[in-house]
Design a protein. Structure first.
Length: 209
C-alpha cells in the first residue's frame, strides 16, 4: 500500500488544487548506473545540445512550476524548481549528474517528461509524511554534507514524524545512497498534468524493477 502525503493547511490555502502522487517500489537493488541508462542520459544531452536558459522561457511545464513556487511565496529564481535545476546546473552545460541507478533513473524520467520526481529510502521514513512550507530556522541535511543547511522561508518541504528531510522540489535520493536499498518511496507534485505524473511514476517503476 502506498504511503500517502498529507498537505499542510498553509499549503492548501495557497494552492487548493495541488495534488501529490506517490508510489512504493520494493525489491530494488541500488548500485552503479547501468549502461542502458547512461545511453539515455547521453541521448538527453544530445537533444539539449546548443540550447540555453533562454530556451526554457517558452516551455509550459517549466513556466508552470515557476508559477507554482511563486504562489507559495518562494522565488523560483533563488530556488530553481527541480527539473529546471537539473537543466540549468547540468544538462545545458553538457553534464548529466550521476548519483546511482535509482536517482539517475528518476532524473532521466523527470527530464524526458519535464515532471519532478523525488525519491526516498522508505525504511528511513518515520511515520506519516507531510508537505509543508519551511519557516524561519527550519533546516535539513543536503546530500554530501554532514551538517544541516537552513532552508529559505516558504521552501516546499516534506516532513516525516521526526524531522524535515528534503526540499520537496528536489530530485535526488536522500543521503541514504547505498547498495542495500530494497524499498523506495517516490512522489511527484503539481497543480496540472495529473495523468502525465501518473504515467511518469509508472515509467520509473518499470525502470527500477
Amino acid at each position: 500500500m502506498d504511503k500517502l502525503v498529507s498537505t499542510n493547511d498553509e499549503v492548501v490555502q495557497k494552492l487548493p488544487d495541488l495534488f501529490v502522487k506517490t508510489r512504493i517500489v520494493r525489491d530494488v537493488s541500488v548500485g552503479n548506473t547501468p549502461q542502458e541508462l547512461q545511453g539515455r542520459k547521453n541521448q538527453i544531452l544530445e537533444e539539449w545540445k546548443g540550447k540555453s536558459e533562454s530556451d526554457l522561457e517558452s516551455i509550459p511545464e517549466i513556466i508552470a512550476y515557476r508559477r507554482l513556487q511563486e504562489k507559495l511565496g518562494s522565488d523560483p529564481k533563488q530556488i530553481l524548481p527541480a527539473v529546471e535545476g537539473i537543466l540549468v546546473r547540468g544538462i545545458l552545460k553538457g553534464r548529466f549528474p550521476t548519483v546511482n541507478s535509482a536517482a539517475d533513473a528518476a532524473n532521466i524520467i523527470s527530464v524526458e517528461n519535464l515532471i519532478p520526481i523525488g525519491l526516498f529510502d522508505l525504511d528511513k521514513i518515520e511515520g506519516d509524511v507531510e508537505l509543508k512550507l519551511a519557516h524561519q530556522g527550519d533546516e535539513f541535511v543536503p546530500i554530501g554534507k554532514s551538517g544541516p543547511d537552513k532552508l529559505k522561508p516558504n521552501t516546499p518541504i516534506l516532513k516525516d514524524s521526526k524531522k524535515d528531510f528534503l526540499s520537496s522540489w528536489s530530485q535526488r535520493l536522500k543521503r541514504y545512497n547505498d547498495n542495500t536499498l530494497r524499498k523506495i518511496y517516490f512522489y511527484s507534485v503539481g497543480e496540472q498534468m495529473k495523468l502525465m505524473k501518473e504515467k511518469s511514476l509508472k515509467l520509473l517503476m518499470n525502470v527500477l524493477l
